[in-house]
Design a protein around this ligand. Sequence first.
Ligand code: GAL
Length: 861
Amino acid sequence: MELPRKLMLALFWAFVLNEFFQIQHVYGATVSYDSRAIVIDGKRRVLVSGSIHYPRSTPEMWPDIIQKSKDGGLDVIETYVFWNIHEPVQNQYNFEGRFDLVKFIKTVQQAGLYAHLRIGPYACAEWNYGGFPVWLHLIPGIQFRTDNGPFKTEMERFTRKIVDMMKDEKLFASQGGPIILSQIENEYGNVAGPYGEAGKQYVKWAASMAVGLDTGVPWVMCQQADAPDPVINTCNGFYCDGFKANSPSKPTMWTENWSGWFLSFGGRVPYRPTEDLAFSVARFYQRGGTFQNYYMYHGGTNFGRTTGGPFIATSYDYDAPIDEYGLLREPKWGFLKEVHKAIKLCEAALINAEPAYTKLGSAQEAHVYSAGSGTCAAFLANIDTHSDATVTFRGTSYHLPAWSVSILPDCTNVVLNTAKISSQTTSMQMKLHSTLAGSRSMKIAGIEMVSPNWTWQQEPIGVWGSKGFSKSGLLEQITTTADSSDYLWYTTSVQVDDNEVFLKDGTQPILNVKTLGHDLHVFINEQYAGSQTGSSSQSGFTLKMPIALKSGMNDIALLSMTVGLQNYGSFFDTWGAGITGPVILKGLNGGDKNLSSQQWTYQIGLKGEQLKYYTGESTATATWTSGADLPKKQPMIWYKTAFDAPDGNDPIALNLLGMGKGVAWVNGQSIGRYWPAYIAPASGCTDSCDYRGAYSSGKCQTNCGQPSQKLYHVPRSWVQPTGNVLVLFEEMGGDPTQISFMTRSVKSLCAHVSETHLPPVDLWQLNAEIGSGGTKPKPELRLHCPSSDQLISSIKFASFGSPKGKCGSFIHGHCKTDTAMSVVEQACIGRQSCSVEVSIDKFGDPCTGTTKSLAVEASCS
Ligand code: GAL
């Protein structure tokens, strides 16, 4: 009798549990919203979100980046969906590898996070053509992003395709999945003016089309003041604390808080100070926001030809909390984690009340969320851009540094001030692994010989294949190539009589070429004559160049290149590229000679692209030359070499200094366009940008006078330990023997914490301890080796007293204890993480009456 009873009980529980999970699975979560917040299963939520675009990293990197996002305090991962990678040819889909959207969303789900799917399908995002496939542009009668039948048909078809895919995999929260929000369109409100009434109709149509897809979760439209109900309009920008949605029934949401800015070829490297980013976040929650998304939390890499443009660089690092290589950027990541914890301590008060506003001074204000039953949270802000202030709030005085917010989760104790970073910083290093300088020893016929590593082939100048075609006049490039390649040859010839004066007087005729861009190389009689690079202007540029012509027939071959298609603006999709003319030769006896409408022969793409030289394989048509006469500083060369991957797990970069402009492939995968020859302006940089005052994308920049991008990320999963193939196509001229492989790692961990600093947020137990007269936690210095297989191996510097300097160059001050090194070593060596209380109780008092601090530099191995 005993056994059946137990069995029945077990079966009963199995049934109950099964039912429970079935119900969970079948019914999922309800997601709605009200005036205050996104509501999940009946509960208003304060959510922190971050953008990670799946094709900008690899599936092998996703779990780690997503886990680091979770550890950083994110609740939600946001991504766009990129139409052009999924449907490169109409009705032919690709959801493989980096484009495996379902796998990405499932990885988010496995980490226990929510997802926000911005289907668009217009993305912007510094992505080629804003995410639209170029075939869309070629549909007769189409007009993008307006009340246009062919466009709406295609947009609806793709949006539905994505929604159906997500539904089939049960990925909407309403089905038990992680997706709690979706976006339709993107910032249309910013560019809608010129579309007039048709644009307004389009917005209404887009909203109702999206809502009709019945996902069971809310839709948002960002920067769209007229977003029709029930779609929520949201804010994008560096600050969104003044924003309110277009109806009192909608919550205040911020879909893009730009954590830095994107890099352009030819530009300086932008960064956004952590204190300012933290300030913007705290201000947003202070003034009523309940959903904020970092754009980007991990920016990643624009592999292949995915960059928008023109001229967006291959790196999309964005100065995000997780860097391009997937490593934590400190102190940004760590300090924002503290900010998120402080905000979460306020959640109960935030979701239950509207803020009560009090002016505390000319540029100081308090917002108090008081939800009855003693729940109270306050934010005190000083928005003065220069002066610190001391304010009185509820009878207590608080010091507020300029441009900062203090967070008081119990309306009394400050647990965080956005200007006071005590979390660790790291100094990162790029370690040289190997150069590709040229020679390796090998035995040929039993004799030890030195053979150059590099092999090469010349790309033909001008028309090279049977697919060349001739036409009178000049063709627009994007329509001609359908963006199948960056490259389009425009070739023609010109007859020069021997009585031309320039042949005798030593002058040269001037070639004038009006092009819409983006970049142009000129070859005369197969000799490279020069190049000109355009700007991001729609009208392009005019190349003017003296050229060496001979008597008789001369070949003119113009290689026009796109560098990422326009991705932003009203009617951006109609922007052209390439040589639209006129093309005029000046300085001939007969005056100007207009070549524009004569016969031109065109060739789309490179021979090496068509024959797939980038795979590195030798075929009958791709024979790689080797020998001592490796071409250097010569245009239009394909280079190939073999390499072994650096040992270990540190991320890999290719240092392409010494090369001009082109594309690089590793084992057949394009790591993107490279252009180290494009140097950032010599001035306009600052290494210590004042975080105080409104940030803009040009405010804080580094890297002046340096190549905008010399390091190119090679994902670990694209290489094997040995026998990898690197192929480069160099357009302008470079020296591949200068190339090297590097690895990225943490050189040092540092922190500098004062005894007056705030303790880490997680040490506070506000209501339990402080409210009932407990003691305040003490400030701590914390160190953490970011990689789980590393431990703190040495303390390079430790000083308690008045140390000075920065990470890597700390020095002792006049006041110091002798105990600092041993205390810190004892607490930290051999551990992945450690914390040391910063107080005289711990270290003794080397100089009574002075405020002391602890500075430490450590290394992990
Ligand atoms: C926004 C846009 C994003 C991205 C950002 C700049 O306007 O919505 O997709 O382009 O600017 O990085």
